[in-house]
Design a protein around this ligand. Structure first.
Ligand SMILES: Nc1ncnc2c1ncn2[C@@H]1O[C@H](COP(=O)(O)OP(=O)(O)OP(=O)(O)O)[C@@H](O)[C@H]1O
Length: 281
């Protein structure tokens, strides 16, 4: 299955100008600094931007033209069979998690989901949440439900825009393994700011810069061009009497904070060593 994208469009002052033709298999990483145009590219592929006249867009998926500005073709987002999960994914708050998932299956173009309901619920770790109202979910729980919902829609392509950003370490590990497994059935484009996450999950990679494609290549080819990973660590224990720290290195972790939870300090180990920590630190 092939994805073809030719774009020359303005988003405000920002110009996205790229030509992409890529075989969809597994998880393809989309990497670039903030403002490189990653989300804009996803929005265009998903059909969330009606391009203005005189702007160029050509999007083909699996031989079907989804958009062709010259021929005035524009398939609406709900008919593209492309799933997406953005950072601020919205659920139907007046429904339970289970109802949100059932709705996704109902409106999908398949009778049976490509990946079974049970597998998706288990893989996304949301079994205990099924009867809860979507309204009360934490950011991380919401993200997991949004991913489950997108998978149950059985899309031809799934666009994931920093889908793991709000998850704690364990949920993230669990979900990464599951996404890896199901990407055999549903290919994905995956945006992450985390170099380690990109290199663990994605192959090949598309590097964006200033609205243009800087490089496309295999993980091996491009790994060296990605910014070097900073060593980050979480202090899991600190004894103010002895000044002893117990460090756990977790790359690029964004913990999901809960009221009353003990929170570690994320910092360079060298910085920690060079400071005299007090209880307030
Ligand atoms: N609707 C819009 N109107 C005006 N400017 C826009 C619009 N959408 C995007 N932009 C601009 O386009 C540029 C690229 O934004 P985009 O969100 O695609 O970047 P990104 O690579 O996804 O960044 P991040 O990693 O921070 O999410 C930014 O300068 C942004 O301000």
């Amino acid at each position: 299955m092939q994805l073809t994208v030719h774009l020359d469009q303005y988003f405000g002052q920002f110009r996205i100008e790229l030509q992409l033709c890529i075989k969809l298999r597994g998880i393809i990483g989309v990497f670039g600094t903030s403002g490189a145009g990653k989300t804009s590219l996803f929005r265009a592929i998903a059909g969330l931007n009606q391009s203005a006249p005189n702007q160029l867009s050509l999007i083909k998926l699996d031989g079907n033209t989804l958009e062709d500005s010259q021929k005035k073709v524009f398939v609406e987002a709900e008919h593209r069979n492309i799933g997406f999960v953005f950072q601020d994914s919205r659920l139907f708050n007046h429904l339970t998690v289970e109802q949100n998932l059932s709705l996704a299956i109902k409106i999908s173009q398949r009778k049976e989901p490509l990946i079974s309901y049970q597998d998706v619920v288990q893989g996304c770790g949301i079994e205990p949440l099924l009867t809860q109202s979507a309204e009360g979910l934490s950011a991380g729980q919401r993200q997991r439900v949004a991913i489950a919902r997108a998978l149950l829609g059985s899309p031809k392509l799934l666009l994931l825009d920093e889908p793991l950003a709000a998850l704690d370490h364990d949920s993230r590990q669990h979900l990464v393994a599951f996404l890896n497994q199901v990407s055999e059935l549903i290919p994905m484009l995956f945006i992450s700011h985390s170099v380690s996450e990109t290199l663990t999950l994605c192959d090949p990679l598309i590097l964006l810069e200033g609205g243009r494609i800087k490089a496309i290549g295999s993980r091996e080819q491009l790994a060296e061009t990605l910014p070097k990973r900073r060593a980050s660590a979480v202090v899991t224990e600190f004894d103010p009497e002895t000044g002893k720290l117990c460090l756990d290195t977790i790359p690029d972790l964004l913990p999901e904070f809960k009221p009353g939870q003990r929170i570690g300090i994320v910092a360079e180990p060298s910085w920690l060593k060079s400071r005299e920590l007090t209880r307030d630190d």
